[in-house]
Design a protein around this ligand. Structure first.
Ligand SMILES: [Zn+2]
Length: 451
């Protein structure tokens, strides 16, 4: 039996499978992916480009959570991720190593290995490679790296979501990204909104006018509208009467009053219904985070896609894209997407959360849901090496499912190849109307430059 720390754990070489699999995989490798969801820095902005340039960048999220799940103290992970220079690369690795060994098997960790192998020529994180990795990061991570990695991953463009502006971030290279609008409207950061819009908010009507201002400005150039609230509240958005919402809103504006969480939630519900209507008017598809949340220790039942059913019904003209296939509620999503013409399924992040579950889900979906409603890939990473590794995992797993459909006698090989192209590219262009939106965003950049 090989020693567990030195024995070869990785199955070497190409996946053996069948020639059919190899042919389909080769076809998928040739498809220029439209990546439905990322959180990548702009490169041009020093604030968001301050991405950690040490081994900790790989554990900023996902794999870092697996280390904590395996037993790593959160404080150690925080030290590893920190951008200060107190720890040497070797010291950071020393903290990671015991837990990485225990979580080596997960797809989060495998995705990173694929990335450092293909991009930096390094087989695995280890005592021997830690300094080599540091040198490779310092040499490569600089403006232009994003496009280089996208080209190697055959990612044409990514729909990108940044956090340091309340709603929209225009300063993104349009050869890499099309930005999404994001929902801060249900979080009420009044100062941020007023700063950009120049509007003052003294009552609910002012607030709704401010929402109109943002939609007028960005509703036609954004790729989609992202809602990430399943982290801190339920996805059930009740239909709240305006008078109730207004009462809470006025209390919120008053200096000496603090509405409780239940009241604020009712106001958020009211605003969400407004947003659904606005998105429908702008033809802007809404992307809802559903299913497993990033980070350790979350309430999973808050996030099931089925909680959104009242919105799907009330706003038939609004498109809803359901992120992360609502895992572990993916079976509910199959029924929902089969049922509602305005609901699509999005596999972003999913291929590395649980590749086997993702495969089973895709297989079910291809038996039950029209193929044009399945969006096959979104890297969902903060650092581009992760997006690269994830894209490799996704192509591999999708090829396996497609090969299975051919072997079952359900799909011809040609049709399977066509479905692969739809999942990785065509469906995203169609669902988000990206040809038009990409052009509008590029136009916006040109105008911005002229000013
Ligand atoms: Zn995300």
């Amino acid at each position: 039996m090989p020693d567990k720390n030195t024995g070869n754990r990785q199955q070497n070489g190409a996946y053996p499978y069948t020639e059919l699999y190899q042919r389909l995989k080769k076809h998928l490798d040739s498809v220029a992916i439209v990546d439905c969801h990322e959180h990548l820095p702009t490169e041009a902005n020093p604030k968001t480009d301050g991405m950690e340039k040490h081994i900790g960048r790989f554990f900023l999220h996902y794999a870092g959570c697996d280390l904590v799940s395996a037993g790593m103290p959160q404080a150690d992970l925080n030290a590893v991720k920190s951008s200060d220079n107190k720890l040497s690369p070797a010291d950071r690795w020393k903290k990671i190593r015991p837990w990485y060994e225990k979580a080596w098997n997960t797809a989060y960790c495998e995705c990173l290995r694929i990335a450092i192998r293909d991009l930096y020529g390094i087989e695995d994180f280890s005592d021997k490679t830690v300094n080599q990795l540091q040198e490779a990061i310092e040499k490569n991570v600089k403006p232009g790296f994003m496009r280089k990695v996208f080209d190697k991953a055959r990612i044409d463009i990514a729909m990108n979501n940044l956090w340091d502006r309340p709603v929209f971030y225009a300063d993104q290279p349009h050869d890499c990204f099309i930005p999404d609008m994001r929902d801060s409207f249900t979080n009420f950061p009044f100062d941020d909104f007023c700063g950009e819009s120049g509007l003052e908010i003294a009552c609910l009507d002012d607030y709704l006018e401010m929402i109109d201002w943002y939609f007028e400005r960005y509703g036609k150039v954004a790729g989609a509208f992202k809602v990430g609230r399943a982290y801190d509240r339920t996805l059930l958005w009740q239909d709240v009467p305006r008078s109730d919402a207004e009462r809470v809103f006025n209390r919120m504006l008053a200096f000496n009053d603090r509405p409780d969480r239940k009241d604020v939630q009712a106001l958020e519900d009211f605003i969400m219904h407004i947003l659904c209507r606005k998105c429908g008017e702008c033809g802007l598809r809404m992307k809802f985070h559903t299913g497993i949340q990033e980070g350790n220790g979350n309430i999973i039942t808050n996030s099931r896609a089925a909680l959104l059913a009242n919105l799907f019904m009330k706003y038939p003209k609004t498109g809803f894209d359901i992120f992360h296939i609502s895992y572990p509620y993916q079976e509910e999503l199959v029924a929902i997407a089969k049922n509602f013409p305005n609901v699509t399924i999005d596999f972003c992040w999913m291929w590395i959360i649980n590749p086997a579950a993702a495969r089973r889900a895709l297989s079910d979906m291809l038996d039950a849901v029209p193929a044009n409603k399945i969006l096959g890939f979104g890297g969902d990473f903060l650092f581009v090496e992760g997006s690269y590794g994830h894209a490799q995992v996704a192509r591999r797993q999708i090829a396996r499912v497609l090969a299975e459909k051919v072997q079952e006698g359900r799909f011809s090989e040609d049709y399977a190849a066509q479905v692969g192209q739809m999942l990785l590219r065509d469906n995203a262009i169609e669902c988000f109307d990206l040809a038009k939106r990409r052009k509008a965003f590029a136009g916006m950049k040109k105008t911005a430059k002229r000013v």
